[in-house]
Design a protein around this ligand. Structure first.
Ligand code: PHE
Length: 451
């Protein structure tokens, strides 16, 4: 079997920056705000944060420790530790293949918006029907998706050094610009109502879907259950303090998502009067709301272009790591050459990505499980496959290799202050809750009962 040369990150900071580059992406800036707006505002935020620092923390630690212990990526790592359970690694390996395609569609939207703002079209993009008009077209969104896929594959084929270096200084700029936009948004007339909706948990807005969506978002945003963290762990030096690194990545990831929410949710109230149809807009929310913010700002075209190009870079680094994770499955398991792996993944991405894009226009009538095509892929990966993969990891750690194996690995370089929390979550709380949430989301999806 062809094993990659396992290198190590240059140090703790190198590791944190690399994983943060993968973790911070469309999940934080595009997905988190629309889910928060749709599933209850403050109550969603609260549930999300609680899940991230308990379940999220536990699973990130478990995956990273398995990766570092074995020095392998997901499938081989599971296989190495227990041949019988290799299939559990496969589930982790398949998920990124199903996410990459629709991720590239959204990446294409980001590129299109960048081009529109660069051409000075902020007032045009701020019109109510601009987004719908654009995504319902047949060829243009597909072309932008293909441009995005091309960029991802280019970096995957020719190495990712340049982009990693660039993202190290572009990500902090994105964070600063987002804070400035957020300050502008929350100071618009009428935005206070939005701020309240976002920050004050209201149990009236709670439903089981709040938990289902928050759990899916936690997996997505922290790059859990996708084989990615195993791979990053395998590159982690034994001297790096794993616990401290994970904590910083968590804080960074939650902070960026939180700021993105501040940019978008108060603006929904300010520009659309808190219209509930806008709040539950779903995937289009960022693309409908932010152009209105930019159009009302001085130098809106410049700020809009800078914002969208930075989001593009954030999306690109994430898409590259998703693509890498997918391609490494072909390389490791089927002994295929990197280029062949790229071609296969390119074809899979097109085969799923194009229908996702058409689902907003001429294929609008195709609604598996009552969802649009893009939403469908998002739902089956985040709300079904990832919880299953996470359940497998919990089972694998607590029943197959033993929690002590992970604890020993972590303790090589960390004090493991949250050891008790980790043990309790991975053994009892996570499996029981994930199972309950999984069952309820499945039952409600298939209409057995509704919430
Ligand atoms: N976490 C990334 C985001 O929030 C998505 C992603 C998942 C990227 C898995 C890489 C690996 O956008």
């Amino acid at each position: 079997m062809k094993e990659h040369q396992r290198g190590s990150f240059s140090g703790k900071l190198g590791y944190i920056m690399a994983v943060a580059g993968s973790a911070v992406g469309l999940g934080n800036i595009w997905r988190f705000p629309y889910l928060t707006a749709k599933y209850g505002g403050g109550i969603f935020l609260l549930v999300y944060i609680i899940l991230a620092v308990t379940f999220g923390y536990t699973l990130v630690m478990a995956e990273t420790a398995i990766g570092r212990k074995t020095g392998k990526s997901a499938i081989s790592a599971f296989g190495d530790l227990s041949k019988k359970h290799k299939w559990m690694g496969f589930i982790n390996g398949i998920i990124p293949m199903l996410i990459v395609p629709y991720y590239c569609v959204i990446g294409g939207w980001v590129l299109k918006y960048f081009a529109v703002f660069l051409a000075g079209g902020s007032s045009y993009a701020a019109q109510d029907d601009f987004f719908t008009g654009y995504v319902s077209q047949v060829s243009t969104p597909i072309i932008w998706t293909i441009v995005f896929i091309g960029a991802v594959l280019l970096f995957v084929i020719f190495g990712v050094k340049g982009i990693e270096r660039a993202s190290k200084f572009l990500m902090p700029i994105l964070a600063v610009l987002s804070v400035i936009i957020a300050i502008y948004s929350v100071t618009r007339p009428g935005a206070v109502e939005g701020l309240k909706y976002y920050l004050i948990p209201d149990f009236k807005n709670f439903s089981i879907m709040t938990v289902v969506a928050a759990l899916g978002q936690m997996f997505y945003s922290l790059s859990i259950a996708m084989g990615v963290l195993f791979a990053y762990g395998s590159y982690m030096d034994k001297k790096i303090d794993m616990e401290a690194s994970v904590k910083q990545i968590e804080i960074f990831d939650i902070a960026i998502a939180f700021i993105a929410g501040l940019m978008i949710i108060p603006a929904v109230f300010s520009f659309s009067g808190g219209d509930s149809s806008v709040l539950s807009a779903g995937p289009s929310l960022m693309f409908v709301t932010l152009p209105k913010v930019f159009a009302s700002m001085p130098f809106g075209n410049v700020i809009g272009s800078i914002f969208f190009i930075l989001v593009f870079f954030a999306a690109l680094t994430s898409a590259i790591s998703l693509m890498e994770a997918s391609i490494s499955v072909f390389m490791d398991q089927f002994h295929l050459d990197r280029k062949i792996g790229c071609i296969i993944m390119g074809l899979i991405t097109l085969a799923i990505g194009i229908p996702c894009s058409l689902g907003f226009g001429i294929w609008e009538h195709i609604t598996p499980l009552g969802l649009g095509i893009l939403d469908f892929f998002d739902f089956i990966t985040n709300s079904i496959l990832m919880p299953i993969a996470a359940l497998c990891t919990c089972y694998f750690v607590s029943r197959v290799i033993g929690i002590k194996t992970i604890i020993d690995e972590v303790k090589i370089s960390s004090a493991f202050k949250r050891e008790k929390l980790f043990t309790c979550v991975i053994k009892y709380i996570a499996p029981i809750c994930i199972l309950a949430i999984l069952l309820s989301s499945l039952l409600s999806t298939f209409g057995v009962f509704s919430f």
